[in-house]
Design a protein around this ligand. Structure first.
Ligand code: F6R
Length: 516
């Protein structure tokens, strides 16, 4: 048996089996489940398929299991609950995995298995059933992906390739949706819920990690453009907290993989309470995409580096378009600002391309600072979540301790850390808070800290105060995070490389967190 996930009631099952004389060689829930199935098979004098069906009715948790029986070595029995399972359909062969993209090399036809379904797979046969033993018709989907999308394409790492893809991925995300000349945004997956969203009292964004940071940026944007109350929740907290949800509340689930267990369960719970769920998801056909009522794909293409980069900027692009559309429909944004923002949004891909030209300079900064023990990342307003994201990227890729803070919070504690060894990264593009951020930089310099700033082109004042700068082009403050995050992604990447670490697969991390 191959098992991904957690069997929550395994200790109860283990007790029952131990009483029956079973002896365990490991502490794993996997061994318990396997023996439990074996016991049912013996007790009921039935085949493996029947035993799995009976066993799964008693099992709680989130899992995918694949079983091979030595009596029938050409048959795999597979089942899932809460964790993803994709079956690739080839010619006289099948492939099983948690993600479709690795199957591209072999087949473009896949079947997504749903919770409480059982698949019986033979080289030339795929049978799908529910736990009540009724046959279901497998829905075979065609993958709209090319093999090149999952290869490194001449880059040293997927992470670098994905950072450099951002001009294209943001463009792909806007394409067909944004028309700055006509002044329109078309998002068909949102359109049918437009009335409910326009009249909603609040919007709750639910996500984890980097996607949660995208939600935080979106909170600022929605509140500014749509004058609507927005809350951003860690999915892992939201799902357990018995949150107050009213019928018609709008929940936006943000997820690259579309398989993050906490986010998935959080929206399933909210859905049951009558909320409208919109997914901002990258992986087409993923569980979160399928569970959501509507939403918009981010179209960033497969993200293979474990640290999320291009998915983040694509999430920001989608969320900004939703906010612009909603602000327009609610009448909370002037025609002139709306039009200007559409035009500026259209220019973001080329501004990201401009920013990427500094990669050699940022590589040199990485060499200079790679031995620092800690980093502090500070920003205000739209750039505060970018500071959090910059710190997260550095932690993941370089294993250097890094903290992100709102710049003004510094004096309430973190400033005690500042000495001549501490690099402080300011996300300080020109915006309404700029003067205040510059004062914060001066406070760091006065305490002999090292100031590295992400600034807007032409900002000589910040350049004078900073020890080093990374420059982005001028942009409306609402759109600036899509630019200011790029140097921080590069800085984390190059520090990880300079430390000789496996940047595409940092230790202890998984690309999709399909268990809680
Ligand atoms: C950070 C990172 C994670 C993910 C988080 C949510 O680089 O990749 O923090 O953002 O696990 O994953 P998704 O977006 O797939 O739901």
């Amino acid at each position: 048996m191959i098992h991904n996930g957690i069997i929550e009631n395994y200790s109860q099952l283990k007790k029952e089996l131990t009483n029956l004389g079973y002896v365990f060689e490991s502490d794993t829930d996997t061994e318990v489940l396997l023996n439990f199935i074996e016991e049912i098979k013996k007790n009921n004098n039935c085949g493996l398929e029947e035993a799995v069906r009976i066993a799964l009715k008693r099992v709680t948790g989130a899992y995918v299991i694949l079983l091979l029986d030595e009596e029938n070595p050409d048959t795999i029995i597979a089942a899932r609950k809460g964790s993803p399972l994709v079956i690739g359909v080839g010619k006289g062969e099948h492939f099983l995995g948690s993600d479709a993209s690795p199957m591209l090399e072999y087949t473009k036809e896949v079947v997504y298995v749903n919770d409480y379904e059982l698949a019986i797979i033979r080289p030339d046969e795929l049978i799908l059933k529910n736990l009540g033993n009724e046959k279901l018709t497998p829905y075979v989907q065609k993958l709209d992906l090319e093999l090149a999308a999952i290869e490194k394409g001449g880059f040293d790492h997927f992470m670098l390739k994905e950072i450099f893809e951002q001009p294209q991925t943001i463009y792909d995300c806007l394409r067909g949706r944004l028309d700055a000349v006509a002044g329109t945004i078309t998002m068909s997956g949102i359109q049918q819920y437009a009335d409910q969203i326009v009249n909603a009292n609040r919007i709750v964004m639910v996500a984890c990690g980097t996607s949660w940071h995208a939600g935080l940026v979106a909170e600022y944007i929605f509140e500014e453009l749509c004058r609507i109350n927005v809350e951003v929740e860690y999915a892992s907290e939201f799902r357990y907290r018995n949150p107050v949800i009213h019928k018609g509340d709008v929940i936006i689930a943000i997820s690259q993989s579309g398989e993050t267990a906490d986010t998935l369960v959080a929206i399933e719970n909210a859905k049951q309470k009558g909320a409208i769920i919109l997914g901002v998801v990258n992986v087409v056909g993923s569980s979160i995409a399928r569970t959501s009522h509507g939403g918009a794909y981010t179209h960033a293409g497969p993200e293979i580096g474990v640290a999320s980069t291009k998915a983040f900027t694509a999430q920001l692009a989608v969320l900004t378009m939703i906010a612009l559309k909603l602000g327009y429909l609610r009448g909370t944004i002037s025609e002139e600002r709306y039009r200007n923002l559409l035009t500026e949004l259209e220019q973001i891909p080329e501004k990201v391309a401009w920013t990427l030209q500094q990669s050699e300079h940022i590589k040199a900064l990485a060499e200079k600072y790679k031995d620092a023990r800690d980093f502090l990342y500070l920003g205000r307003g739209y750039n505060f979540p970018v500071a959090l994201e910059g710190a997260l990227k550095l932690k993941e890729i370089s294993y250097i301790h890094a903290e992100g803070y709102p710049a003004a919070e510094m004096k309430h504690g973190p400033i005690a850390l500042v000495d001549d060894q501490l690099p402080v990264v300011f996300v300080a593009t020109r915006d309404a808070y700029h003067e205040k951020v510059v004062s914060n930089m001066q406070e760091i310099k006065a305490r002999k800290g090292i100031v590295i700033s992400v600034i807007t082109e032409g900002d000589s004042h910040s350049t004078d105060i900073s020890d080093d700068v990374m420059i982005v082009p001028e942009a409306d403050e609402i759109l600036a995070p899509m630019l200011s995050v790029v140097p921080l992604q590069l800085l984390a990447y190059y520090i990880g490389v300079a430390k000789n670490l496996d940047v595409d697969k940092p230790r202890n991390l998984a690309k999709s967190v399909t268990v809680e």
